[in-house]
Ligand binder design. Structure first.
Ligand code: PLP
Length: 401
């Protein structure tokens, strides 16, 4: 057996060698378009706080009120010491927002994905994933013990093939073999959208169930920001709607929306719900204020502002405008070293854009992941566009699209 310290150091050294080593950057400012670290300030294009709600006065006031009324901590799991009112108010708000019978919140989106998939599926079942789904879904799928199949990203023919395979398998044990498809609506590292209408038609043809992770669409797409499923008119045909409260909603937590029976099943079987202390009530109160704000004219205004910023940056990306414009703009460089160098070059110009590498994306698919927010100004985007043009003329980075 290797000695503890030597083993860790050897693994870290290997990671550094491949340009895959990561470290935390301490930030001394509140979330927003500017980020202060070590006395320096950067323009921040790295956050998923797409509407600028994380530092919004209404959310902060709601959190402070909840601390005042319900304390700093929840004390235990919601099944053990009673379930605090702010969680129930949030869940009623979420169910009304997504127009489902019920909703259940978790400490994080990761916990929600983990809880729902492991509660629904076991070793006799089948799960079919888009190649690019989030790690939370992949981890849950593996832990569930279900047979796992992966279809090529957004490839309906490949999905149909996997469904035919699942159909044949499940015929051997009709009534007991569950088949669940899982995809995202807006993909986290690519910003593109799943063909949800076609996926819904396919899953119905084969009698499978569908989970859609709207982590990067909730608050942004569809009427009142309900998500892509609502925008495409298929939300009432999706068995499991998953989301996070930590991105456009501006707070923290994860949620599942669906039928009452699904929520009852989760309360009884979702291990990440049952065996975990409830989040701080202030997080639920802030999230509820976020979900409410998203549905107001102010929310419409923020979405319009974000769309405006996306349009302003579009010429600098060198790509045609997307059918559904996304606040996630990846500049794919491939090579890890190149991506790290490009991020460093932007950093020199006071622009903070993360270099995303394996395991967040595939090996050799490293990229700059730019994210825009309604809190950015036109001048902020102009500065980013200028900085991007300087990295394109840099000889070492000439591969940048
Ligand atoms: C961020 C994210 C999650 C996890 O949500 P958290 O609240 O951050 O734990 C799940 N799915 C996708 C697609 C995400 O991008």
């Amino acid at each position: 057996m290797p000695a503890f310290a030597e083993d860790l150091n050897a693994r870290l050294a290997a990671q550094r060698e491949q340009n895959l080593f990561r470290e935390l950057c301490r930030v001394d400012s509140a979330p927003g378009p500017r980020l202060t670290s070590g006395g320096k300030t950067w323009l921040n294009f790295s956050s998923n706080d797409y509407l600028g709600l994380a530092n919004h006065p209404a959310l902060k006031a709601a959190a402070v009120r909840a601390v005042h009324d319900f304390g700093a901590g929840a004390g235990a799991s919601r099944l053990i010491c009673g379930s605090l009112a702010p969680f129930h108010l949030l869940e009623e708000t979420l169910a009304a927002f997504k127009k489902t019978e019920a909703a259940l919140t978790f400490a994080t989106g990761y916990a929600a994905a983990f809880g729902v998939i492991t509660a629904l599926l076991g070793k006799d079942d089948i799960i079919i994933l888009d190649k690019l789904v989030h790690a939370s879904i992949v981890d849950a799928a593996k832990f569930s013990g279900a047979k796992l199949r992966v279809f090529a990203h957004n490839d309906l023919n490949d999905l149909a093939e996997k469904l035919r395979w699942a159909d044949e398998r499940s015929r051997l044990r009709p009534q007991t073999c569950r088949v669940l498809i899982a995809t995202e609506s807006v993909f986290s590292m690519d910003g593109d959208c799943a063909p949800l209408r076609e996926i819904v038609a396919l899953k119905e043809q084969y009698g499978a169930w569908l989970l859609v992770d709207e982590a990067h669409a909730t608050g942004l797409l569809g009427e009142n920001g309900r998500g892509l499923a609502e925008a495409l008119g298929v939300s009432d045909r999706i068995e499991v709607q998953l989301g996070t409260l930590g991105k456009a909603v501006g707070a923290s937590g994860g949620f599942i929306c669906g039928r009452r029976a699904l929520i009852d099943l989760l309360v009884n079987h979702a291990r990440s719900f049952i065996f975990s202390t409830a989040p701080v009530p202030a997080a639920a109160a802030a999230a509820m204020a976020g979900i409410q704000l998203i549905q107001t004219p102010e929310g419409d205004g923020l979405r319009a502002q974000l769309q405006q910023r996306i349009a302003e940056l579009q010429p600098a990306t060198g790509r045609p405008p997307a059918a559904i414009p996304s606040a996630i703009i990846p500049l794919i460089l491939g090579d890890e070293t190149l991506a790290v160098a490009a991020a460093a070059r932007l950093r020199e110009q006071n622009i903070f854009v993360p270099a995303i590498r394996y395991p967040s994306v595939a090996n050799g698919a490293a990229r700059l992941r730019i994210t825009l927010s309604a809190a950015h100004s036109a001048a902020d985007v102009a500065e980013l566009s200028r900085a991007l043009s300087t990295i394109k003329t840099d000889a070492a980075l000439s591969k940048v699209p």
